[in-house]
Write a protein that binds this ligand. Structure first.
Ligand code: FES
Length: 669
């Protein structure tokens, strides 16, 4: 299809539009005010520069700001929203156009801009697609020259335009070129550049970035496919963004109701917010996080009044339900201690939603070592809002993967990485005031590091105590990072180091973390009723001992969260079990597989060739979690599910044996 032809008109809008409750005013005094202010600012900077009263950078900055503001006048004029009198819009538009880009007539600009509204995000017909579809790093190359694709678009559509308008644009282009050439011959090209040419390009860069790229980038729907998702609102920090962007953080309102003057966008949004949300309006935060309507409602509730000053970025779960492997390049593999390595992954952009994670979640990595497939499960150790995916691997003597990671793995290598799973962490609330305690040993720090970083950043009133056991200071993973966090959150975060082989460590903190030590802490300042959430992560004996003690001392089991390094793989027995038929829902597909006596539900799925998710096979990681829809199963052991999971019918399929002849499980819910 040629881009030079007019796009066929849409059959009919499929999206009823709420009444914005805003009319075009007889005259918009705010627009008149910003017009006069911008003209005055531009005139002043020009006079001051010519009179040597203003240095060139200040002149450029002030004039660029004036041109930026004049674009909003031009923009509203193009939509005839300054006044109910058409000629008033044309008059303001013509003057503003001379400042924004004297290469194009106001009428031609209005035509091009309306085409953008009609065909937003359509690569063939949207003249703004040149900028809105650009990768971020090309913005400095494209945005300052936004009028070039506009002229190209005009040339391709010249037959559709009235002759006087075309002649006016041709006249303006000729005059602009003549003025530049004359200035060059007269030796004043630099003066012209400082007064106008450079400010105009600076202003155009910012305009294209804020008016085009920010609202439209990465949205796939065109205006004609879904007008509610062809552009977005950006929420958060509105006290500064709304005046700074001249309300273009509410760009969705503008596209839905182009005849509303810019200063009434917010009022229109507030009047119709629920109606827009019901239509699945596109919304992003100031940090670029995309929110669906439920997430926006939750974001709004959580941010409350804070949103005006301090927008909160919340962690998101992976967008896939049943975990799946993807090849992911290694960005770096750096030693953390003598016997551990931090592996950072370079997640491709198109997989970022799949690899979103909540604090405390983990990933399974898979690779081929000496012809043998090896898979291991590791907790993510970065803040869940950092956008960074990283694991820390502690060397286990004789361990195939940890030896490979320590000795051979390099940046640029690729590992198969499963999308994040697990539910060790707890939901966060920016308005909460909670007391968290984590007790960890060795590499048990990894999930807790993610939890505490994320928690301290989001819950600004909550406190965190970390009790951390290691051999000595040198074997302590993330020692510097923890020191930094302790310094940063000094009033809310404390670390108690327990060391088993450090003769200089305080005596009461020497040895291993065990029941007697926890009893002492409980009796001093960690009474169970003063702690909202406990996190225990480390060797199974330590974790189960401490958990038992906490429950004995009155802690609510739902508030004691446990993560084990490994589960137990019990020897297989078949006596007492019967065969069954298992219906498996996995990644949207249904399968029926036979189950032999003694096999687990997971084993029956794997034997049938299904890529069911799993990692530890010992009931510890929760990767194999699925919901029982029909029949019943008995689990051998469970160190991963919460009581809420169990009540909702979830099981660990690596531990589940059918107790009815037919069972149905769903990995996707
Ligand atoms: S695979 Fe880890 S709990 Fe089942």
């Amino acid at each position: 299809m040629s881009a030079t032809t007019e796009r066929p008109a849409p059959a009919a809008s499929r999206h009823a539009l709420p009444d914005p409750g805003e009319q075009v005013p007889t005259i918009s005094w705010p627009i008149v005010a910003i017009f006069c202010g911008a003209i005055a600012a531009f005139s002043f900077s020009t006079w001051a520069a010519l009179a040597d009263r203003l240095p060139a950078p200040a002149t450029i900055l002030l004039s660029a700001t004036a041109i930026f503001v004049l674009f909003t006048v031009l923009h509203d004029a193009a939509h005839y929203s300054i006044s109910t009198h058409r000629w008033v819009n044309v008059a303001f538009g013509r003057v503003a156009m001379l400042f924004v880009s004297p290469l194009i007539s106001f009428k031609s600009f209005a035509f091009i801009h309306i085409e953008h509204h009609r065909n937003t995000n359509d690569g063939d017909f949207d003249p703004d697609h040149f900028v809105s579809a650009a990768p971020w790093w090309q913005l400095p190359l494209r945005a300052p020259f936004m009028d070039v694709p506009y002229l190209s678009f005009l040339v391709r559509n010249v037959k559709r335009r009235p002759r006087p308008e075309v002649l006016e644009t041709a006249f303006l282009m000729g005059t602009t070129v003549a003025v530049i050439v004359a200035a060059a011959f007269a030796g004043h090209l630099w003066t012209l550049a400082v007064l106008y040419l450079i400010p105009a390009r600076v202003a155009m860069f910012v305009l294209a970035w804020w008016f085009d790229w920010l609202p439209h980038h990465d949205l796939e729907d065109t205006q004609q496919e879904n007008r509610y998702r062809a552009t977005r609102n950006r929420v958060g920090s509105e006290w500064i963004l709304t005046p700074l962007l001249l309300s273009q953080n509410y760009h969705l309102v503008h596209h839905l109701h182009p005849s509303i003057p810019f200063h009434r966008y917010v009022a229109a949004w507030r009047r119709n917010e629920e109606a827009y949300l019901e239509r699945d309006a596109a919304i992003g935060t100031v940090f670029g996080q995309q929110l669906d309507t439920d997430e926006y409602r939750e974001w709004k509730r959580l941010n409350g009044k804070l949103a005006r000053l301090l927008p909160v970025r919340m962690p998101k779960r992976s967008s896939v339900r049943a975990a799946v492997f993807h090849p992911v390049p290694v960005a770096s593999a750096d030693r953390v201690t003598e016997d551990s390595v931090l592996i950072r992954f370079d997640v491709p952009d198109h997989l970022r939603d799949q690899f979103a994670f909540e604090p405390g979640q983990h990933v399974t990595v898979r690779t081929d070592l000496g012809g043998e497939g090896v898979r291991r499960n590791y907790s993510l150790c970065t803040s869940a809002t950092s956008g960074e995916l990283a694991i820390a691997v502690k060397h286990i003597p004789g361990g195939a993967f940890s030896t490979f990671a320590m000795e051979q793995l390099r940046a640029g290598d690729t590992l198969e990485v499963m999308t994040p799973t697990g539910s060790f962490g707890t939901p966060l609330d920016p308005l909460a005031t909670k007391n968290y305690v984590a007790i960890v040993a060795g590499s048990g720090i990894t999930p807790v590091l993610s939890i505490l970083q994320t928690t301290l950043a989001i819950e600004t009133e909550s406190r965190f105590t970390l009790i951390y056991g290691n051999r000595d200071a040198d074997s302590t993973m993330f020692r510097e990072e923890l020191d930094d966090l302790e310094a940063r959150y000094a009033d809310r975060f404390r670390i108690i180091h327990v060391r088993s082989r450090d003769p200089h460590h305080p005596e009461h903190l020497r040895g291993r973390i065990d029941r007697p030590k926890l009893e002492q802490w409980i009796d001093s300042d960690l009474a169970p009723d003063s702690v909202d959430e406990w996190f225990l992560c480390g060797p199974v004996e330590m974790v189960t001992d401490l958990r038992d003690l906490l429950l004995e001392r009155g802690s609510d089991p739902d508030r004691v969260h446990v993560e084990l390094f490994h589960g137990y793989q019990k020897p297989k027995v078949t006596d007492g079990f019967t065969p069954a038929e298992v219906a498996v829902s996995l990644r949207g597909r249904q399968h029926v597989v036979p189950l032999a006596a003694g096999d687990t539900v997971l084993e029956s799925a794997l034997k049938a060739g299904l890529e069911a998710p799993y990692a530890c096979l010992g009931g510890a990681c929760g990767t194999c979690k699925a919901k029982v829809l029909l029949g019943s199963v008995a689990m051998e052991q469970d160190f991963a599910l919460s009581q809420a999971d169990v009540d909702a019918g979830y099981v660990l399929t690596c531990q589940s044996h059918p107790t009815t002849p037919s069972v149905a499980v769903d990995y996707d819910v």
